[in-house]
Design a protein around this ligand. Structure first.
Ligand SMILES: [Zn+2]
Length: 421
């Protein structure tokens, strides 16, 4: 269940647009344009940490990363079906030397072409291609705002090319990856949804293909033990999908993550692999996204944590607070040690106000390292945790080591009493 906030104040308090501006994470400028936010250094840190988590999880799950351009010729999208089924969401094509190029509305066609760039044996499948790549959506200016309704999107995308026999296992593994990521990020899904086609012409016409793909996803969901709902009219134009829905403080739902089974684009791009029988076979394409778009994921994390990110995502992880100017050298030394160890640390000295005022100003920073005359003399530090806990003074070396162990393992806890490692 998702916590539903009741009062207008609480809803406003957790608005990612307000927090994003207050915490200097991102902003927009009319000169750049509506729906085209830019990321400030602290927001870029959060985004980078999140992207690294995803890439790391994908590498461990056997994905290979690629880069592909955010533009493509119009023909690419005519073949994929986007041009006929998705054009109203695309930017208009640009004329360029006798041909037309468009900003891409998805990464799938590029990945299909990458798959097609060489021959494949059944022994190489499943082949998992991943990219955190840009894509564009021609949203109307009236609905744009914050990081949730944007025209430029960074998508955590991947396509698994596999045999029909491998679909169920690959879709199951993708769903498990999503569930794991949500645990690490502290996200609770509002619900799981099996998104099926509805009436109308926005879906490719191939009843047998839809039936097979829907049956495969139904089996994956049934076996997962997760509760889910079926929703007609929510499928992609090329196939049904499992959507993981999240809700904001006001209860508004959005799709964050997805697993889709697609028989359409492999046929459109004439993809094949050589089977054990030596003959050509058609692979199936599974589209999957663990955290969806980086923009929507970060917006949700800002609202979910009220800016108090898990320590591994926090823009500043350690703030060093010398009680007086006399401890500045020790404070600088501790910040330098943290930085050299890969932690994000800064010093907030007495010129920024009383100790109490500096602690309040750093209330979102997971670790506040106080150094007074007593600590400075014996190279100790008195740690305060963001949740208000105050720890006994520790040797500086040990404090850095323990914080680093918690941060690099992406633990939700801020501290554990037994020293890790
Ligand atoms: Zn795709």
């Amino acid at each position: 269940m998702v916590t539903r906030l009741t009062t207008r104040e609480e809803t406003t308090m957790h608005d990612h647009r307000r927090l994003g501006r207050e915490l200097r994470l991102f902003d927009t400028d009319p000169l750049i344009g509506a729906g085209l936010p830019y990321w400030l250094p602290d927001g870029a840190v959060v985004r980078h940490a999140l992207e690294e988590y995803v890439r790391d999880a994908e590498r461990r799950a056997g994905y290979q990363h690629v880069y592909s351009p955010v533009l493509g010729k119009r023909e690419l999208y005519e073949i994929s079906g986007h041009w006929s089924h998705y054009r109203e969401d695309m930017f208009p094509p640009m004329d360029l030397g006798g041909e037309q190029v468009v900003l891409r509305p998805s990464l799938c066609p590029h990945h299909a072409v990458i798959y097609r760039s060489r021959a494949h044996s059944h022994r190489e499948l499943p082949l998992r291609i991943a990219e955190l790549g840009g894509m564009y959506r021609a949203e109307l200016s009236g609905v744009l705002g914050g990081l949730t309704r944007v025209r430029a999107i960074q998508l955590n995308d991947a396509h698994v090319f596999c045999t029909p026999d491998q679909v169920a296992e690959e879709a199951r593994a993708a769903l498990a990856m999503i569930v794991r990521a949500y645990e690490v990020l502290g996200i609770r899904p509002a619900r799981y949804r099996l998104s099926l086609p509805g009436p109308g012409g926005k879906y490719v016409a191939a009843p047998e293909m839809w039936r097979r793909a829907a049956a495969m996803l139904t089996e994956v969901l049934d076996r997962s033990g997760l509760d889910y709902e079926r929703a007609e009219g929510e499928a992609a134009f090329y196939g049904p999908k499992i959507d993981v829905q999240i809700a904001d403080g006001a209860g508004r739902e959005a799709t964050l993550s997805t697993v889709q089974v697609d028989f359409h684009q492999p046929a459109q791009f004439d993809l094949h692999y050589t089977g054990p029988d030596g003959a050509r076979h058609r692979p199936v394409m599974i589209h999957r996204s663990v955290i969806g778009s980086v923009e929507r994921a970060v917006a949700h994390l800002i609202e979910l944590h009220g800016g108090a990110f898990p320590s591994w995502l926090a823009p500043t992880q350690v703030v060093v607070l010398p009680i007086s100017d006399s401890e500045l050298p020790q404070a600088d030394d501790l910040a330098r040690r943290c930085t050299e160890d890969g932690l994000r640390a800064r010093v907030a000295g007495p010129e920024q106000g009383s100790l109490g005022a500096r602690i309040r100003a750093a209330r979102l920073v997971p670790y506040q390292a106080v150094i007074g005359a007593r600590e400075a003399e014996v190279e100790n530090v008195a740690l305060r945790l963001r949740d208000g806990r105050r720890l006994d003074a520790l040797p500086v070396v040990e404090a850095v080591r323990r914080i680093n162990a918690l941060v690099t393992s992406r633990r939700a806890e801020l501290w554990e009493q037994a020293a890790p490692g």
